[in-house]
Design a protein around this ligand. Structure first.
Ligand code: NAP
Length: 431
């Protein structure tokens, strides 16, 4: 049976779903609809540029995209116009795999001060996401604070303390590189509201913090004394071994110019500084009645997790997670990845979601001779929306690789207008 299926979003969960669908039936016609001009979501804009080997999974997704039954509709946001309902009308089945793109709120006073930003803003900025290119972080400060004890916090810290040489062979944007070249940051504080054994860092990521070429990672004084070893499970023991390999003070003879300090049991309470941040006050969660602890810093990044955007016509909870049962939203409408599960798990975690949704579609969806792709093209034309086709994306992809400087994998386009200019200046490729 030849079903016409639309997948909204083009990150790992979208591609794993498409891959599973094609394994079930190579004749399924699959359209991947993405609001940005480029596919691959978090692989392109989330994974840190100094983790190029993680980005290599996009080769698997490229093979899926290259399948003749798969088409890409870039630059098309499905929400208000076209709506999910409009897409449902023209396809046999629709999968929402749109992820979670916004920062969870810290909910302390005046989060809009200069020098404060959420990790999604910061990460998207250095990775060239078109919606975050006017962030303009100013690194003319001695110290930065990162709130949160997950891998995103570690990514942000690493980018701040890497040497320019270490970043040169990556796909970090030129703008980010130029700003980091001028950085005066010497100290980065990574703050956990709970203890070191409750941290959500994975062991590979935390180990890497002990191997930086120009930065020492240290544990705040007294951290080890406060750890109750009796409560440790195997994962915690691994974490404990790595963390306790860090010194409690910067070695006196260290030749490294920067320091990352891990501090625990602190919750942010209040920014210091009028318009521009000069520090942050914290409650000590082990002794909440104690005086607030002050850390001076000109930059504060909160890396405390993500939340989803509301989609018209689809119910979600307060975190933006879509309401569903076993990935089924309703008849012919499914969800996968962070949109369904919330912001957790590594890239491979999405494989399971993808194959589950594909099986639901195989077992429960009958063809209703939906027009699919042809009707989507007409709908977009009717709404006067220009989209980026697969062929056009492949041109963009090749151009990004070609214009990169030696050693760097690609120089990304960072705005839709830049992409449209580029496409308008080459031979038309759309059929
Ligand atoms: P995360 O792993 O859920 O970590 C969020 C951190 O923020 C936790 O330490 C949490 O503390 C803290 N937090 C939450 N609300 C807070 C608040 N109001 N005040 C202070 N702290 C607060 O989220 P993430 O770092 O955004 O990562 C998302 C997912 O992507 C994770 O599964 C992660 O492993 C994955 N990822 C993987 C990689 C990689 O493999 N290299 C890189 C980046 C991201 P509590 O524990 O106390 O709630």
């Amino acid at each position: 049976m030849n079903l016409k299926i639309a997948i909204i979003g083009s990150g790992p969960s979208a591609f794993y779903t498409a891959q599973s669908l094609l394994k079930i039936n190579a004749d399924y016609e699959i359209d991947i609809i993405e609001k940005l001009f480029s596919p691959y979501g978090l692989i392109r804009y989330g994974v840190a540029p100094d983790h190029q080997s993680t980005k290599n999974v996009s080769r698997v997704f490229e093979r899926v995209l290259n399948n003749t039954n798969v088409e890409f509709f870039g630059g098309v946001e499905i929400n208000e116009s076209p709506t999910i309902d409009e897409v449902m009308e023209i396809y046999d089945a629709v999968v929402i795999a749109s992820g979670m793109a916004k920062d969870k709120k810290l909910n302390i006073s005046e989060e809009n001060k200069t020098g404060y930003f959420g990790a999604t803003q910061f990460v998207n900025w250095y990775n060239g996401h078109p919606e975050y290119q006017n962030l303009k972080p100013n690194f003319n400060t001695d110290s930065a604070i990162i709130i949160g004890n997950g891998n995103v916090a570690i990514d942000c810290a690493r980018i701040l303390v890497r040497t320019i040489n270490e970043l040169e062979d990556t796909d970090i944007t030129k703008t980010a590189m130029n700003s980091l070249k001028k950085s005066s940051i010497k100290n980065v504080y990574i703050i956990g509201r709970r203890g070191p054994l409750d941290a959500k860092f994975t062991t590979v990521e935390i180990r890497e913090m002990g191997e930086l070429s120009d930065c020492d990672s240290i544990l705040s004084k007294g951290t080890i004394d406060n750890i109750d070893k009796k409560l440790m499970n195997d994962d915690m023991e691994k974490q404990y071994r790595i963390l306790t390999s860090f010194n409690e003070e910067k070695p006196i003879n260290s030749k490294k110019s920067k320091t990352v300090e891990f501090k625990f049991h602190l919750s942010p309470k209040e920014f210091i500084g009028a318009e521009k941040i000069s520090g942050l006050k914290f409650i000590n969660n082990l002794n909440p009645d104690e005086e607030l602890e002050v850390i001076d810093a000109g930059i504060v990044i909160s890396a405390i997790g993500y939340q989803g955007d509301k989609l018209v016509g689809v119910k979600s909870d307060e975190s933006g997670k879509i309401i569903h049962k076993d990935n089924i939203i309703k008849d012919r409408l499914y969800t996968a990845g962070w949109a369904a599960r919330g912001p957790s798990g590594v890239i491979g975690t999405n494989k399971h979601d993808g194959s589950k949704v594909a099986k639901h579609i195989e077992n429960n969806v009958n063809s209703k001779n939906s027009p699919g792709r042809i009707a989507l093209k007409s709908l977009l034309e009717l709404k006067n929306k220009r989209y980026i086709s697969k062929e056009e994306w492949l041109k963009i992809d090749q151009a990004e690789v070609k214009r990169a400087s030696k050693g760097s994998p690609r120089l990304k386009f960072t705005s839709h207008s830049e992409v449209f200019n580029f496409l308008d200046n080459i031979k038309p490729v759309r059929k």
